[in-house]
Design a protein around this ligand. Structure first.
Ligand code: SF4
Length: 377
């Protein structure tokens, strides 16, 4: 396996287009992050609060799940606990049924368990509706970054990827976005099921909070008759206020001065024509609860700052990893994927410590990576 990672890095290093795309985008994203922090100076204190809240809740995550479940359940709403990806996928397939069309909004947990690939293998038409995810789907690839999945794709490459599908002249980014928008409209209207992720869940109100910068989240979650939300157990918070705070901290550190949409879903509408008739929420563990030595990873709110600050990521983007790539992606891979892959990735860490410096949750990422590295020898 180590040789596979090595090979991927060598291929990436030889790809000038990809390296230029990666360098340019990471520079830009880090600048956006600083601008966003300046605009929201309270985010640093909120991050400290969220870390303390998470520390307490993660002492007993099953209790948090049970408390949330009691508050969430109601008419038209169903909740499931999936111990791993296989279980989550089986549950989702049963809900969706075969021969469906699905419009999907971004979900990192969905990527983690390779949900789209699984549904496609079962004959379901799946459309990634987030522009970056759609590009990743078209090249049959994996997201290069947690927040911006196609961060490494230059405009020229994106145009070449989109043209065979959109079949319209696209001279600039605006025309590309408009082309994809037109293509997706029809899918939203004909889809049977919408799938989204969630940034946070709140125990006091039983709410699901998710944030998007494109209108796709609203359309995926309101137009189809069934809505499936997939998320993970470390995203449960005591109150709606905490859930919103955590989501805002994530977007600020992800470099968004103002996130376009903050969605709060509390249930299904009484009048079925006004939205989905059924809401299914799947909460996935996938190794999170059982891992004691890397538990600090669960404080991560997936803002992606640490990846952008990683000198290896900047040079060769995320093409060398699995679902989660550089920095905190290495412990995330150890927890949710294969430890052997995480060990191979850990070997490329320089222990420079930049990831820890930029992390809003002050996670000691170099130390987590060192623990994984030590297990190798
Ligand atoms: S480890 Fe910290 S910087 Fe990295 S994604 Fe998680 S919260 Fe963001």
């Amino acid at each position: 396996m180590f040789q596979d990672v090595h090979k991927k890095i060598i291929i990436s290093l030889k790809d000038e287009d990809l390296r230029n795309g990666s360098r340019e985008a990471t520079r830009e994203e880090m600048k956006n992050r600083l601008d966003a922090i300046k605009r929201h100076p309270y985010a640093e204190d909120w991050a400290k609060e969220i870390k303390e809240i998470k520390r307490k809740l993660l002492l007993d995550p099953i209790k948090s799940f049970e408390d949330f479940k009691k508050s969430f359940e109601g008419e038209g709403k169903y909740i499931y606990f999936a111990k791993d990806g296989e279980e989550a996928k089986k549950i989702i397939l049963k809900i969706i049924g075969k021969k469906s069309t699905v419009v999907k909004s971004k979900s990192l947990v969905g990527e983690e368990i390779e949900l789209r690939q699984f549904l496609e293998m079962n004959g379901i038409n799946v459309y990634e509706t987030d522009l970056g995810e759609f590009l990743v789907q078209l090249v049959n690839g994996k997201p290069a970054h947690m927040v911006t999945p196609a961060v490494n794709m230059t405009e020229g490459r994106a145009r070449n990827v989109l043209y065979p599908v959109i079949k319209e002249r696209m001279d600039d980014v605006v025309s590309m976005v408009l082309g994809v928008r037109g293509f997706m409209r029809e899918k939203f209207l004909s889809a049977d099921v919408g799938i989204t992720g969630a940034n946070a869940l709140s125990i006091d109100t039983g709410s699901i909070v998710f944030i998007t910068n494109e209108g796709n989240g609203a359309l995926s979650s309101t137009l189809p008759e069934k809505l499936v939300v997939i998320t993970s157990i470390e995203k449960i918070y005591p109150s709606l206020k905490d859930a919103i705070k955590a989501s805002i901290v994530q977007t600020v550190y992800a470099g968004f001065k103002n996130t376009t949409y903050i969605h709060i879903i509390n249930g299904v509408p009484k009048e079925p024509k006004n939205g989905p008739k059924e809401l299914h929420l799947i909460i996935v563990d996938n190794g999170r609860i059982g891992d004691i030595s890397l538990k600090e990873t669960l404080y991560c709110i997936k803002c992606g700052s640490c990846q952008l600050s990683c000198p290896i990521f900047r040079e060769v983007d995320g093409a060398w990893g699995e679902i989660y790539t550089a920095a905190i992606g290495i412990p995330w891979t150890a927890i949710t994927g294969k430890i052997s892959v995480a060990r191979d990735l850990s070997y490329f860490c320089l222990q420079c410590g930049r990831c820890k410096e930029v992390c809003p949750m002050k996670i000691d990422i170099p130390n987590l990576i060192l623990k994984i590295k030590r297990e190798r020898f």
